[in-house]
Design a protein around this ligand. Structure first.
Ligand SMILES: Nc1ncnc2c1ncn2[C@@H]1O[C@H](COP(=O)(O)OP(=O)(O)OP(=O)(O)O)[C@@H](O)[C@H]1O
Length: 274
């Protein structure tokens, strides 16, 4: 298979827990320049896929970032190879300022005293991450008083200072206001310009607005793949969503796609086809 440099390529991924197959022969890829969504009903295997990619769960098959195989590597090594991940609950140091959180993430070897004293200069990578995440004005704000959305952006910024090649985000907009969702979608598209961005999400409205391509999992298997419009038109996807108790998301899923927005623009810009 010929793959663009820097792409994430998952082939025949299989994960099981005590004989229970959570991810069954799943293959998909994600490229820099697109915001790839991984969706599916509860228990579909989405988080387990991300766990396997990041080394938290053991899987078989192959997961490559560029030419580097990730399966079988430690979580630490996978981070070093350029894979960053967020969880649904942001893990930031609440007592420390935004800047201090970013300092720590950047791995700068400063003493705690130097962290607390007035700063003379800021690492350029931190300036870029502040700018990219929209947190420049909050740089001296304690993380604990940030809004829920801003905490998520700080966690993303903490990954950005490490200049990852791939970012995996687990339900990044859960609990966010509508404005925060929009800002997060725009942030993901900025980040994705030169990185792989893979988003696990239940929020179908967010997915419709910001997904460049979508992979649908069901009961551990790959069910469908394509643009938002293609996936929504897929009868097997409709059957699965209509058949679940998640009627609220089902309704959202089946609303005719308004895929002419940012996601479609991005797909055109980056020449990606489903
Ligand atoms: N550590 C584990 N041990 C046993 N079973 C697990 C483990 N982790 C996940 N599973 C099972 O694997 C299946 C897939 O779970 P997973 O969390 O990946 O689904 P998901 O698509 O992310 O669901 P949700 O949207 O509800 O978070 C579920 O049936 C779950 O119970």
């Amino acid at each position: 298979m010929t793959v663009a440099a820097g792409s994430l390529v998952v082939e025949n991924l299989h994960v099981q827990f005590d004989g229970f197959v959570a991810v069954d022969d799943v293959s998909f890829d994600a490229h820099p320049g697109e915001v790839r969504f991984l969706i599916g009903p509860n228990g579909a295997g989405k988080t387990t896929c991300i766990d396997a990619i990041t080394g938290l769960s053991k899987g078989t098959g192959s997961v490559k970032l560029g030419d580097q195989e990730l399966l079988g590597r430690s979580t630490q090594k996978i981070v070093q190879l350029g894979v960053g991940r967020t969880f649904q609950t942001a893990s930031v140091f609440e007592q420390l300022s935004v800047l201090q959180n970013l300092d720590i993430a950047a791995g700068l070897r400063r003493s705690s005293w130097s962290l607390l004293r007035a700063r003379r200069g800021v690492d350029p990578a931190i300036e870029v991450a502040l700018e990219e995440s929209g947190l420049t004005r909050e740089r001296d704000t304690p993380a604990g008083v940030l809004s829920h959305g801003q905490k998520q952006w700080l966690e993303i910024a903490m990954m950005l200072v490490q200049d990852p090649r791939a970012l995996l985000l687990d339900e990044p907009v859960a609990g966010m206001s509508q404005d925060e969702r929009t800002a997060t979608g725009e942030l993901l598209h900025r980040i994705a310009q030169r990185r792989v961005v893979l988003v696990v999400e239940h929020d179908m409205d967010f997915m419709r607005r910001f997904a460049t391509r979508v992979t649908v999992l069901h009961q551990g298997k790959l069910l469908s793949e394509g643009t938002v419009a293609q996936v929504q038109a897929d009868p097997s996807v409709q059957a699965v969503y209509l058949g679940t108790a998640g009627a609220a998301t089902t309704t959202g899923m089946l609303v005719v796609a308004d895929s002419a927005g940012i996601a479609a623009d991005a797909a055109t810009t980056h020449g990606k086809q489903a």
